[in-house]
Design a protein around this ligand. Structure first.
Ligand SMILES: Cc1cc2nc3c(=O)[nH]c(=O)nc-3n(C[C@H](O)[C@H](O)[C@H](O)COP(=O)(O)OP(=O)(O)OC[C@H]3O[C@@H](n4cnc5c(N)ncnc54)[C@H](O)[C@@H]3O)c2cc1C
Ligand code: FES
Ligand code: FES
Length: 490
């Protein structure tokens, strides 16, 4: 069969599910529980935080199927068109045998009340499919988006470490996941036209950049949807009615990552997972920032350009990208322009975007000789938490002198913003403690932060100054430990 024009089609347990006449903001979680009666997938927070709703979504990728754990509570159903959905019920073999992930949870006593268990199982299942020899650290990372109040995490992590010790199951082994039958089934529902739901369209998923640009220019009051990790919450938590939606996730031109003209260019439909992988390849020191950005299921759905376009003053990507001198590619109808990222932000939630204009990509300069880069995130928890302050630093030191400095902070102003006076205090000065101490004094002149539930203004000023000192300590050549490392238990 091929995918019909005006119905959402996805695969579930080998069957094609066709959905008509549904509000486009119906979440996958709602549909699974309320329409299909699949109550194994739970609702805890409805905002991407707890992981109880985790499912795995498969989509075609270079002749195979890429499976990723995502939060079903903030995922709108029409974005599952042409995909495969795997829920906790799917893992049960016909004869009732448990999947190795489930068996490991039983054997390691990883489940108590069970409310969180399906989500843990599905996060581990996503890891099982993608990492045949996951280390303990990789298991811990994979579970960063799952909360459990009962067992404590050790038995669950133990289960993640043990799941690969069992023989491969016939049902949902890694080979089964990539079987010809599954690939053909998924291929059969790939559409040739654009999905348009409602008349006039309440949800449109253009397949080309030209179609997207002209649809948005013609209806600039529409809402551009990417990974829905911000927008999903407008519906599930703020109960907002959304205008007609234009979804950019099916535009092939926006899914590319390439290096061109000394720049790393990341398209607007590239998910945070792949975007940070590409950034970390060039800037390994940003690995922690990538790992601490939300959780794997959020990074598997949200996009880097969505983070930049949303432009939250406490977003994590902007400070270091501004420090690196990144720019954004913008398009409105047939017109394109390039804007330095820092110029995109005009005021709180105000951007330099015309009606119908959108980001097609972000361009990040590749590493420059002599330039030292870092980003530090301060939040109440290590994993899955929003920053109180986030700093980005790119300093060039030559013959012991600071020849260039770009520093930006999030959490310090209504927008992600450069620390202009602090930079001036550094440039042309020797790279030493006295210079850094003088520059730290300028943070209070650069920013007038707010006090809110995350941090007081005084704390923010102090921590932003201290982070500059940390940057100095880590890059002054002295062997000074500036962080507490996790020590593996025996
Ligand atoms: C549980 C949870 C944890 C989170 N943790 C973090 C965190 O640690 N750090 C952090 O920075 N953020 C965090 N976020 C926020 C969120 O994940 C990011 O802002 C995400 O990158 C947004 O991308 P998206 O693709 O999901 O955008 P969407 O939600 O689809 O859209 C967000 C906004 O951007 C606009 N938009 C999207 N793409 C474009 C485009 N190409 N051009 C113009 N406008 C566009 C949309 O219209 C909308 O206004 C978290 C969110 C959740 C739910
Ligand atoms: S219900 Fe909590 S992450 Fe979805
Ligand atoms: S077993 Fe996870 S919340 Fe109880």
């Amino acid at each position: 069969m091929s995918n019909p024009g005006h119905a959402i089609c996805f695969i579930l347990d080998g069957k094609t599910i066709e959905v008509n006449d549904i509000p486009p903001t119906t979440t996958l979680l709602q549909y699974l529980r309320e329409s299909l009666g699949r109550s194994g997938t739970k609702e805890g927070c409805a905002e991407g935080d707890c992981g109880a709703c985790t499912v795995v979504v498969g989509e075609p990728a270079n002749g195979s199927i890429a499976y990723r754990a995502v939060n079903s509570c903030i995922r709108f159903l029409p974005t599952l068109d042409g995909k495969e959905v795997v829920t906790v019920e799917s893992l049960r073999a016909a004869a009732g045998d448990l999947h190795p992930v489930q068996q490991a949870m039983v054997d390691c006593h990883g489940s108590q009340c069970g409310f969180c268990t399906p989500g843990f199982v599905m996060s581990l299942f996503g890891l099982y499919l993608n990492q045949p020899a996951a280390t303990r650290d990789e298991v811990i990372d994979a579970l960063a988006g799952n909360l459990c109040r009962c067992t404590g995490y050790r038995p669950i992590v133990d289960a993640g470490c043990k799941m690969n010790d069992y023989p491969p199951p016939a049902h949902w082994s890694r080979d089964d996941a990539q079987s010809a039958a599954r690939r053909e089934r998924l291929q059969s529902i790939q559409r040739k036209d654009s999905l348009a739901l409602g008349t006039p369209a309440g949800f449109l998923a253009p397949q080309t950049l030209a179609e997207l640009a002209s649809a948005y220019a013609a209806a600039p009051g529409s809402l551009l949807l990417a990974g829905s990790t911000d927008i999903g919450l407008w519906v599930t938590k703020q109960m907002r009615e959304l205008p007609p939606i234009i979804y950019l996730g099916e535009v092939a031109e926006l899914k590319t990552i390439r290096e061109t003209g000394g720049m790393l260019e990341i398209g607007a439909a590239v998910r945070l997972t792949e975007a940070y992988d590409a950034i970390v390849k060039h800037y390994p020191m940003l690995a922690e920032l990538g790992n601490r950005f939300a959780s794997p299921p959020i990074r598997n759905a949200g996009t880097l350009c969505g983070n930049l376009a949303n432009g939250s003053p406490i977003g994590d990507s902007m400070p270091v990208l501004i420090a690196l001198g990144a720019s954004v590619e913008l398009r409105c109808g047939d017109r394109t322009r390039t804007l330095p990222l820092e110029k995109l932000y005009l005021g709180y939630q105000k951007k330099d975007l015309a009606a119908g204009e959108f980001l097609t990509a972000v361009r990040i300069p590749l590493p420059q000789p002599g330039c030292t880069v870092a980003s530090y995130k301060i939040a109440k928890r290590y994993d899955q938490d929003i920053s109180a302050v986030c700093g980005g630093y790119a300093l060039t030191i030559s013959d012991g002198m600071v020849t260039a400095a770009r520093i930006a902070y999030g959490g310090m102003a209504a927008i992600p913003q450069r620390a202009a006076r602090t930079e001036t205090a550094l440039i042309g000065q020797p790279w030493n403690e006295a210079t850094v101490a003088a520059a730290m004094q300028q943070i209070a002149a650069d920013y007038t932060p707010l006090s809110d539930m995350r941090a007081s203004a005084a704390y923010r000023l102090q921590v932003a100054a201290n982070l500059l000192q940390r940057f100095y300590l880590e890059h002054s050549g002295a062997a000074i430990a500036s962080r507490i490392e996790m020590v593996a238990a025996d």
